[in-house]
Design a protein around this ligand. Structure first.
Ligand SMILES: *Cc1c(COP(=O)(O)O)cnc(C)c1O
Length: 367
């Protein structure tokens, strides 16, 4: 048993974030969105190669704004994966649009394009793809672009888990569809406590998004409104932290990749644990996700040995919030066996060895 509990996830803030906040407060700032926010947005634009970045207060509202800016309204259908964080469908449910669930690919947990095709109706207005754990669909993102183009659908990328992950052609995830969305909630690749960001290459969409998050103001600071908007703005405090987090992103990206390599090496030959397909050249595993035999007992065993883990998202159609009929084989399997192992960037190599040893022992004793 290790002395210190190893959590499944832990945010990672350090002296840099603390000093940035103190410096900012010493300048007697207004806290509302200003220069620090602009700088943070510029850093994300530059990193992702997108022309515009607009930050919002979280990665759920960012999806809602993406849908509204794309012209999606109440009664429209949006195709979403049945395996995702529930924010994906809820973001459009919020204004009365209807999520239509399709299953995901077993290797990548990203939307299955053939099933997406079959789900298109005369009411479909968009596909919201989720780049699950930084992965991209095996069918390729271009297939989704073509499918959307041929049916006049909007492609929105929920890239909440994908900062630091690219498609094989070098484009950053989130930058291929009309709009891409990121989350900076506590467990995500970088965090500002809460926070979200939208990226787009369209000037028109960028301007719509800026108005939507700021009361529909026709220009900053005025009370002249030419469209309906709300208040989903960021704060300078979050931006101060976000800027420091962005500076450490490259290190994080490399460490996350190393962590997955170490897990795979250490768990080689453990047939009860299956890893998904992860392209470590182009993508960054946000969490270490596996399918584990006898999952619920493994969770208990690990907990007794000071190791945290977390059940992966259950199939959304079976959540009481939706309670829709249908069997989705891959989402069902993840609901039964999906497990997130400790995934914080602070994990040491020794931690990973210990976790792998515990998993081996569990299966040896329970074979
Ligand atoms: C985290 C997450 C969200 C929600 O982001 P918040 O910032 O927590 O609102 C949306 N979609 C996916 C895929 C996520 O992982």
């Amino acid at each position: 048993m290790n002395d210190q509990f190893i959590p499944q996830m832990e945010p990672w803030f350090g002296e840099e974030e603390k000093l940035a906040l103190v410096d900012y407060m010493n300048e007697n700032g207004w806290l509302t969105e200003f220069k620090k926010t602009t700088k943070f947005e510029e850093m994300i634009s530059e990193y992702t190669g997108a022309k515009h970045c607009i930050v919002t207060n979280n990665g759920t509202i960012s999806l809602t704004l993406a849908a509204l800016a794309s012209g999606i309204t109440a009664g429209d259908e949006v195709i979403v994966p049945n395996y995702t964080q529930i924010a994906t469908p809820n973001s459009i449910k919020m204004f009365g649009a209807n999520p239509v669930f399709v299953d995901v690919e077993p290797e990548t947990l990203c939307m299955n394009i053939d099933l997406a095709k079959k789900a298109i109706t005369s009411k479909t207005k968009a596909i919201m793809i989720v780049t699950a754990n930084g992965r991209y669909p095996q069918s390729g993102i271009e297939q989704f672009v073509e499918l959307c183009n041929s049916h006049e659908l909007v492609l929105i990328e929920d890239a909440a888990q994908s900062l630091g992950s690219k498609y094989p052609d070098g484009r950053h995830q989130g930058s291929v569809g009309l709009i891409g969305s990121f989350s900076f909630s506590t467990p995500k690749v970088i965090s500002t406590g809460q926070g979200g960001a939208l990226i787009t290459n369209s000037d028109e969409i960028a301007s719509k998004l800026r108005k939507l998050k700021d009361f529909g103001r026709s220009a900053g600071g005025t009370d002249i409104h030419d469209s309906i908007g709300y208040n989903f703005k960021f704060t300078e405090l979050q931006a101060c932290i976000g800027i420091e987090q962005m500076k450490k992103l490259e290190w994080r990206v490399n460490r996350k990749k190393e962590i997955l390599r170490l897990y795979k090496m250490n768990l080689m030959g453990v047939s009860q644990i299956k890893f998904f397909q992860q392209d470590l050249v182009n993508t960054t595993p946000w969490f270490i996700d596996v399918l584990a035999d006898d999952r619920n007992r493994l969770i208990e065993y690990l907990k007794d040995h000071g190791i945290g883990s977390r059940v992966m998202y259950p199939p959304i159609n079976k959540q009481a919030a939706y309670n829709l009929p249908g069997e989705y084989a891959v989402s069902n399997l993840v609901g039964k066996k999906g497990l997130w192992l400790p995934s914080a960037v602070q994990l040491t190599d020794e931690n990973i060895n210990l976790i792998a040893d515990s998993i081996r022992k569990f299966y040896q004793h329970n074979a």
